[in-house]
Structure formats: C-alpha cells, structure tokens
Design a protein around this ligand. Structure first.
Ligand SMILES: CC(C)[C@H](C(=O)O)[C@@H](O)C(=O)O
Ligand code: SF4
Length: 771
C-alpha cells in the first residue's frame, strides 16, 4: 500500500493500494482480494497445489462456480452430475472441480444451487465484486468486473495456482489509456453497440499493454449491467483490463447484496470508494475520444470483434484494403463467413439466434430482448433461437416477470444458466456454416462450433433478427407492446419452496460430491490415472540459447481459440495437446469425418520439427486466457515465438511455461528475420542471456530484444514462481494485517455465503435506473 500526492489515475490508485512488494527488477507482487474459479482453467492448478502439498491461502477470497461445460437443458430431472452430463470430458472437469472444492474447503455454487451461473455474472450479483478490489479469474472476461472500479483481469492456470497458493500475483505496471465518450447515446443504442464501435476504431490490439478507463457522460449514464458489457469486452480490444469509476449507480447496485458490506462497514466502504476516480490532472499514456452521437446499431461481419460496422453499411470489399496482411485476412474472413462484398447487412439472413453469455445475459438484456419479440413469432427460416440467462437467479427473476413466456410464445427456447453457445463447450453449438445472430463477445473461426458463422450484436438486435429472419436496424423496429415487460417489485428472490428444492437436490447429490476422483470406480469410468501427490513443485526446463527450425506464420490476430479450439480444453492435464494445436488450420475432415492434414506450415516435413515460430502479424495469442495455447505449442515442440505484439494473458502464460515470446517490430520481422529463414531452411538462434537473435552462422540479425529482468531470470534458471513468492511470506502477512484494518469491509468474503433461504433482500427488485 503506497500513498502519493502526484495526480494519479483510477488504475494507479487501485494498483498502488495492492502492492505487497516491489522487486529490484521492477516487478510487483500484488495482493488479490477476489478470486473467481471455474471448471475449465482450474484442474491443473489444484493438481499443482496438491503435488506441492500447498493449501488455498484464502478460501474466503475465493468463489467457485461451474459454467462452461454444463448442459443448459432443464434441470428438473437432475439427480447427479454423473447422470446429467453426457459428454465424458465435460463431466470429468465438473467432477474434478467438485472434488477440489471439497478438498480445499471452497464456497461453491453448483448445478443445484440457484446462484450458479456464468462466473462473471455471479461475482457482481452476489456483491463479491466490489469497487477498488483486485479481481482475478482464469478467464479473459474477468475484465467485466472493472465496471465497479475494480482492477480485474484474466489469468492463466499457472497464475490461478499462484493466487490459490499465495493470494498474490506477480505483475508489471500497465499503461493508462482513457476512452472518453462524450455526449449521450441515441435511443435504442446500447453499450454493446458502443463497445463494438470502439473496438472497430482502436482495433483488437488497440489496448495492448494498457488498462482502459472508460469515462465521459455517456459512460456515467449507463446502468451497471451496461457498464459490465463494456468492460467485459475491453479484453477484445487487447487491454489488460477495463475500468469505470464507481459512483452512486455502482453503490446502489451493490447495496444489500449478500456478500456486500453492511452497517458501519458499508459506510466505511463507500467513503473509500468515493475516492476511487482519476485525479483531474492524471496522466494517460493514450487518450481516445468518441462522440456518442456517432454510434449507431453495430454488428460484426468477420471473424474478429474489430470487424464491426454500422447496421446501415454493407459487407466490406477487400479490394479497398491497402495493407496485404489485412487484405488477405479480409478475404479469408469473408470466405469463412460465406459473405459477398457490398451486400447490405440488412439483406443477410440468419439460421440461429443466441441470446446469452457474460456480455449480455443479464436481466436488463433479457428485458430488452423480450420487449422486441413480444407479440411476434420467430421467422420460418430461423431454426433455433436460444435464450440462456446468465445465472439461476436471473432466470428466476425473469420468470417472475414473465419474460420466459414472452420468449416461448414467440418460438424462442428458454434455458438454464451457463456459457452455452458462446463457445459451445457444452452441447449447444451451431452446425457447420450456420449463421448466428449472437449477443456474445467473440466471432472467431469455429467459436460456436466447427465452421460456425457468428455475428456479434446487442440483445435487442439479436432478438429482432430472430423475428425478421435477417439482420435488422433496431431503430426501425415496430414494437407490438411499446411498454416494457412487467417488472416485478417483489422483495424476495428466495422463497421456502426454493430452499426445499435446493436441500433435496443437495442431499441427493451428496454421494457424488463425496466421491473421490481417485476412486477405483471413477478411474475405471473415465479411464484416467489417479492423481498422485509428488510433494514437489514442478520445475521448468531452463531457457538459455535456442537454435531451432523456424516456421513463418503470415497472419494477424491469431487468437487462442485458433491456437487450440475449445474441444481440446476439456482436459484436466497440461500435456497431450499437440494434436489440437492450430487444429482448424492443420486439418480438414474427409467424407468419413477423419482428420486429413492440410499443407499448413507445421504439417510440412522439416517444419514439423519447428522450435521457433515467426509470426508476421500483430496480436498473436489474443482472446481467451486458456493456458492450453502455450501448453499445445510446447507439446508440439515450439519453445519461442517472435511477433510484433502478443495478447497480454497469452504472453504471461507463455513465460510461466518456460516459453519465450519476443516482441519485434513488424518491419524488422519482415526485412531482417524473414529473409534469413524464408526459402533457405536456415535456423534462427535466440540468445536469451544476451537478448539477441542470430542466424545459424552466428551473424546478428536483431541486436537486442526486450524482456523484463524478472521473467528473464526465471526462464534462464527454470524457476518456480510460486516458490519464489512464498519466500516473501512476511510481506504477504504484513499486507494482510494492514488490509484487515484499512479495508475491513473486505473481510468475510465468500465465507459469508448463506444457505439459499438466508437472503431476504431481492437482488432484482430494484435496478439502477429506478433509483
Ligand atoms: C475457457 C476460458 C479459458 C475462456 C476465456 O479465457 O475466455 C472462455 O471463457 C472463452 O470465452 O473463450
Ligand atoms: S466469454 Fe463466453 S465462454 Fe467465456 S466466460 Fe463468458 S460466457 Fe463463458
């Protein structure tokens, strides 16, 4: 905790308040107040803890739920995870999570708990997410929580393990970027349109290395739900985090939530939270100004969130692109999306609708969508319109308001909470070449299923597309019922009936919950080896000088979904991912559904032994936080990658696995590195101690590349970061003592979770707009 009188930004304030220790190398150890955990990115982290005989340091700062893998069909007949989840690998991840929750004594909202939901919806809903806190989760959309003025960012699995063991994280200071949105948004324009517009303006690499503060009149007028949608997609702009200063709308949203402070602690908290704003003269490294009036309903046409345009536009023409990488990217995207240039967006018909995800599955989103479909019927060409609420509590409240009936009457399908078709780790996927109007956040190739075609948009626009069968300018929509759907003012979300149901299912589930993942039966069922405690942290191979076959990848914005698609994430191990690496680029299916290798560079003889990847395009490894991406590269044999820029989380994840990502300006890659290896099969030599790159004859190609001193030290010595941090135990304990006093309102955390009937305050009876 440091204090300074110089003008500081909101980000600097929250960052400074969490410094446990600063190294001579300039890297910081930050205290983490809130850690959210889900089933996909945690099994290997818990396994690491177990192997090293470590404990979860602060179970009270940890909250767990299950969201990515679970089916969204009705849970009325739910008996156990074992019988309910068909997909074996999904089942194993959920069961592994439940075993870990039990073993490490963590608070968990499982499938029988109405509070279960998408991790980024559950945290704020419960009041676990609070202003001024540091929030992390093994998930890139942790940026969502920045809507409360918290510093919230996604981490990889190694960092999940680090946080579980030490309640801290090693961080470098990011740059400050402010996006000022002047004026107010026009009617029918939502924060989803605004964030898509912003990403189009700054690009998916626009926020790289920065924490973005969203500011300005248009932002301060947004509800908390709308602010969360904005910050949620800050990661799609490449930023480490997105933040909005907390204000009365924030406080009103939090007040009365189950895990929020109350009484004297509430007053103390609000007093502190009111100080959380950038000082008038604070310095921002980058400043972008957006005029709210310029934003009109926006949708995406391509395979990156930056491929966004106003609904009034037409499909763009690659002939107009000047940059060759951009042009080839556009051609590939249009081919993949099955679109012809110059066709007006409003003439494009769709096959399916998805209203859901951590971006847009909150009550406000469902109300907006319901208002659009009210009184209409789904278009005959629309095969499925799925509505998946973000949490069980949202679902219940929506049902109390009759939204489910409005949707169902219109032919939409009403589901249980989860991530669902946002990435389709559960059975909710698109068939190949189906076109979807989706409220989610990523339109990457294969995101919603193999060869799926995703168009991102607001809930109202997606709902309207379902009715019209094609994209619609929502400003022209004729509402059959101009009034909002009925909004409940009931004070209680939990009633006795809910509690009885909850208890009954919990009792029935006791058996599987207590079943040990190492049990003979489960081993046989899943064909997996038991986890054996090695009692020793896994060390890394040392990285010094690497001379290796070097392959060139001419592609910008290679996202981690492309490096390893979702179907390979359903593992509880870090190894064996080689076959999934660049799966969609390396394989096509033959008539019998078998994988046939393409001529992708890493399939070619000689290059199939590559150890270095030279990426000729920005933003390699953007998107999801899946550490499976570096694991897959490592499994394939790649040890180092060179690119103009990297996705932030991917960059960190690589270092934690002993892999070296090197940032080199594009002109040097194109003019100095590529000529050495192209058509010659020359190897590159990467010398980490000297921080330079040579050809195989020892001639220097790049005199110097940057890497921070701490990461270099860890790579060269193959060090286990958790072990290093635990040597700083004294600083962590000191911080915790001071924190208990100054930020006493953070104590208790997830351990304040009560049985389901314990909360008497409605979570949804009051919304920000009504205050
Ligand atoms: C599974 C998880 C690692 C991933 C993420 O980090 O974002 C997922 O939530 C996604 O949206 O792709
Ligand atoms: S982006 Fe999609 S998959 Fe990822 S956490 Fe959000 S809802 Fe789940």
């Amino acid at each position: 905790m440091t204090t300074s009188t110089a003008p500081t930004t909101l980000y600097d304030k929250v960052f400074n308040a969490h410094i446990v220790h600063k190294d001579e190398s300039g890297s910081y150890l930050l205290y983490i107040d809130r850690h959210l955990v889900h089933e996909v990115t945690s099994p290997q982290a818990f396994e690491g803890l177990e192997n090293a005989d470590r404990k979860v340091r602060r179970p009270d700062c940890t909250l767990v739920t299950v969201d990515h893998n679970i089916p969204t069909v009705s849970r009325k007949s739910f008996k156990s995870i074992d019988s309910f989840i068909d997909q074996k690998d999904s089942k194993l991840q959920v069961q592994t999570l439940e075993k870990n929750v039990k073993k490490f004594d963590l608070t968990y909202f499982g499938m029988t708990d109405a509070r279960q939901g998408i991790v980024h919806i559950v945290g704020p809903e419960q009041g676990f997410t609070l202003p001024g806190t540091t929030v992390v989760c093994g998930d890139s959309h942790t940026s969502t929580h920045g809507a409360f003025g918290s510093l919230a960012f996604g981490i990889g699995t190694s960092e999940v393990e680090h946080v579980l063991a030490t309640q801290t994280i090693i961080q470098k200071k990011s740059k400050n970027m402010r996006i000022l949105v002047n004026g107010i948004l026009s009617p029918e324009i939502t924060s989803k349109d605004l964030i898509l517009h912003i990403i189009h303006v700054i690009g998916t690499a626009g926020g790289t290395g920065c924490v973005i503060e969203f500011a300005g009149e248009a932002i301060y007028k947004l509800s908390m739900e709308a602010r969360m949608s904005m910050c949620n997609m800050a990661i799609e702009a490449g930023a480490r985090a997105g933040m909005i200063q907390p204000d009365q709308i924030t406080f009103d949203y939090i007040k009365g939530r189950p895990l929020a402070p109350n009484g004297e602690q509430w007053k103390k908290a609000v007093k502190y939270w009111k100080t959380l704003k950038s000082d008038p003269d604070a310095y921002f490294d980058h400043e972008i100004v957006i005029e709210a009036k310029d934003v009109i309903p926006t949708i995406t046409w391509g395979t990156s969130p930056q491929d966004a345009l106003p609904i009034t536009a037409s499909v763009p023409d690659p002939a107009n692109a000047t940059d060759p990488i951009q042009k080839s990217g556009m051609i590939r995207a249009l081919k993949y999306m099955g679109l012809k240039s110059n066709v007006p967006f409003v003439d494009i018909s769709i096959d399916k609708v998805f209203i859901g995800s951590c971006t847009n599955a909150r009550l406000e989103d469902l109300r907006n969508a319901a208002k659009v479909v009210n009184g209409y019927k789904i278009a005959p060409n629309v095969k499925l319109a799925l509505v998946v609420p973000g949490s069980g509590l949202i679902k219940r409240q929506a049902e109390k308001e009759g939204l489910d009936k409005i949707f169902e009457k219109a032919g939409f399908t009403w589901r249980e909470a989860g991530c669902s078709m946002c990435l389709g780790m559960n059975p909710d996927i698109l068939d190949p070449e189906e076109r979807c109007a989706s409220t989610s956040n990523r339109n990457f190739e294969g995101r919603q299923g193999a060869l799926s075609r995703t168009h991102l948009m607001s809930p109202a626009m997606a709902a309207a597309a379902g009715i019209a069968g094609k994209f619609v300018d929502i400003r022209k929509w004729e509402y059959k019922d101009p009034g909002s759907p009925r909004i409940s003012v009931e004070a209680d979300n939990y009633d006795d009936e809910d509690y009885e149901l909850y208890k009954k299912v919990q009792d029935e589930e006791k058996q599987p919950l207590e079943e040990d993942i190492n049990s003979k039966e489960l081993k046989e069922k899943n064909g997996k080896k038991p986890i054996t405690a090695k009692k020793k942290p896994a060390g890394l191979e040392k990285f010094t000088i690497l001379k290796g076959v070097s392959a060139i990848l001419n592609k910008a914005n290679v996202d981690t979904d492309c490096i390893i698609p979702k179907q390979f994430l359903k593992t509880i191990k870090r190894t064996g991912l080689k076959n999934g690496l660049f799966y969609e680029l390396r394989f096509v299916k033959d008539a019998n559904g078998n994988d046939v290798p393409t001529d992708f560079i890493l399939n070619q003889p000689y290059y199939d032994k590559s150890e270095i990847l030279v990426v000729n395009g920005d933003n390699f490894g953007c998107g999801s936080s899946r550490e499976h991406a570096p694991w897959a590269l490592k499994d394939f044999g790649i040890k180092c990658y060179i690119a103009p820029s990297f996705g932030d989380i991917f960059y960190n994840n690589s270092l934690k696995n002993g892999l070296l990502p090197i940032r080199i300006p594009p002109e040097i890659i194109q003019n100095k590195i590529i000529p050495v290896i192209q058509d010659t099969q020359n190897k590159l030599v990467v010398d980490l101690p000297n921080q330079n790159i040579l050809d195989e004859n020892g001639n220097i190609i790049v005199e110097h590349f940057d890497i921070d001193a701490f990461s270099k030290h860890c790579l060269i010595n193959g060090l286990d970061e958790i072990g290093l941090t635990l040597q700083k135990e004294k600083y962590i304990t000191q911080y915790e003592e001071v924190r208990r006093d100054i930020y006493s309102f953070l104590e208790g955390g997830s351990k304040l979770v009560k049985p389901i009937n314990g909360t008497k305050k409605s979570l949804y009876g009051v919304t920000a707009q009504e205050w």
